[in-house]
Ligand binder design. Structure first.
Ligand code: ADP
Ligand code: ADP
Ligand code: MG
Length: 455
């Protein structure tokens, strides 16, 4: 292993996850924290920790200068960005490299190409991967949009080139709605992402979200099969599983091969995820975007393949050629992850920060709990509401659902209201059990069932 000392430019469960992988590989770790996170678990678990600024993320976890200064002053040779924050920021990747450090992720150029959703669409189409029908590039004006509308019809999606985390997407059902929404979408994208660029996609109704995990070293690329993340709220995943029960073996091979072809075509390096929508009825899949980072739901892939994806990222960044070949990657059983958020599902998912009371973490065979929680931990109100991820693995999907229910019953987080009750209800739902869902299914379900989730 070439890397000796790693700074983790993140917080929460993903910072803990990266620290663990580094320590398993004998890499020294440096945590960074804002003034709101002095007591955080990642600070406790790292070998060293550096205060980088006040609670506001802009002044701490998004502060490139403070992060670089922390890495250099502690003698780090590398930085892992986690997910969110600066993970898909090309300027950060470039700045880390320019400071003489290794960025654990793709180059700035690769992030610019694949992190921009419009240029990624073009790269996918060029690599022969089917993309959602829509605009060829960015759509700068309503006039230019009209030609695209002839192809897509209504409803149509207006998406921000720089969007992410389910933000920067809106649907127009008519020309009037489109014309009224376009300028507003531009302004919103500019405000939220610093880039007002928009593009258009046909709406794929009743689709499944299926994504392929790839690992690549710049020369070679392999896939670690797919994850299905069709249970979403506001276009954000809440429950993910692997493998997808919607794919036939032949289609699985085709989908995974297309992700590898794309990674090869752009000489991708690191871990990445190629996201698709799969239309069951038409039996067609369409590329939607690539995430050039580790994803929240990576543990379900780790569960079914036995591969430590974060360790692989660190090896690749350390300059080792990919040591896994495609034949090494085999799938065993079924895994499900649910996102335990500090949100009240009975009150429209209002954030619920507070203090963790008596914590009881689920365990036993096939159960993994990735979190930042400990007894008495005070959840700060400044950041993402993700507290923990519960991942279960079993021989079959049915057994995984039973194990999920068992583990959720074991979980206690004291007085904090979380999404736990939602997942207990979902695990018992006939449609979920049959796998008969699509990306809008959960929103419909919530309209009928949210009130019953009061805890
Ligand atoms: P995944 O694709 O790994 O499931 P999510 O879409 O849930 O990830 O995003 C992971 C985290 O990163 C969330 O905290 C989300 O809010 C944040 N995030 C992702 N993309 C962006 C972005 N472009 N701008 C701001 N935050 C983002
Ligand atoms: P983000 O960058 O925010 O993750 P994505 O482009 O990956 O955005 O889309 C997020 C989710 O929005 C998808 O998983 C899907 O549920 C929905 N979505 C995106 N594009 C389309 C589309 N063209 N048709 C239908 N649903 C879509
Ligand atoms: Mg996405």
């Amino acid at each position: 292993m070439m890397l000796k000392k790693l700074l983790i430019a993140n917080r929460g469960e993903i910072a803990v996850r990266v620290i663990r992988a580094a320590q398993d590989l004998g890499i020294a770790t440096v945590a960074v924290y804002s003034a709101a996170d002095a007591d955080a678990l990642h600070v406790q678990l790292a070998d060293e920790a550096v205060l980088i600024g006040p609670p506001a993320a802009k002044k701490s976890y998004l502060n490139i200068e403070a992060l670089l200064a922390a890495a250099l002053s502690t003698g780090c040779d590398s930085i892992h960005p986690g997910y969110g924050f600066l993970a898909e920021n090309a300027a950060f990747s470039d700045a880390v490299t320019a400071a003489g450090l290794v960025f654990v992720g793709p180059s700035g150029d690769a992030i610019r190409l694949m992190g921009d959703k419009v240029s990624a669409r073009t790269a996918a189409a060029d690599a022969g991967v089917p993309v959602v029908p829509g605009s060829k590039g960015r759509v700068e004006s309503i006039e230019a949009a009209r030609a695209v509308l002839e192809e897509t019809g209504f409803p149509v999606m207006i998406k921000a080139a720089a969007g992410g985390g389910g933000r920067g997407i809106r649907i127009a059902h008519s020309l009037i709605e489109f014309e009224q929404g376009f300028a507003q979408a531009q302004a919103e994208a500019l405000a939220a992402f610093g880039d007002g660029g928009l593009y258009m996609e046909k709406v794929i109704a009743r689709a499944r979200h299926i994504e392929v995990q790839v690992l690549a070293d710049g020369q070679n690329a392999i896939h670690c099969y797919e994850r299905e993340c069709s249970l979403q709220r506001r276009r954000q995943k809440v429950w993910e599983e692997a493998p997808s029960r919607a794919l036939s073996p032949a289609l699985r091979e085709e989908l995974c091969a297309s992700a590898v072809a794309l990674a090869r075509a752009v000489s991708y390096s690191g871990a990445g995820t190629v996201e698709y929508l799969y239309d069951d009825a038409a039996d067609r899949f369409y590329f939607i975007e690539m995430n050039t980072r580790i994803q929240v739901e990576h543990p379900v892939t780790e569960a079914i393949t036995g591969i430590d994806l974060v360790a692989e990222m660190l090896r690749i960044a350390g300059g080792e050629p990919l040591w896994l070949v495609q034949g090494d990657v085999t799938v065993k059983g079924h895994a499900i992850e649910v996102r335990i958020n500090a949100e009240d599902p009975a009150r429209d998912f209002a954030p619920f920060p507070g203090t963790v009371g008596a914590l009881r973490i689920p365990g036993g065979p096939g159960v993994r709990f990735d979190s930042m929680l400990y007894n008495g931990y005070q959840v700060p109100p400044f950041y993402d509401s993700l507290l923990a991820k519960l991942i279960v693995h079993a021989e079959t999907r049915e057994a995984a659902l039973a194990r999920l229910t068992r583990a959720l019953k074991e979980l206690e987080i004291g007085d904090l209201v979380t999404t736990r009750a939602l997942f207990l209800a979902l695990a018992a739902d006939p449609d979920v059990r049959a796998g008969d869902v699509h990306t809008r299914w959960l929103e419909g379900w919530l309209v009928e069932n949210a009130a019953a989730l009061a805890s």
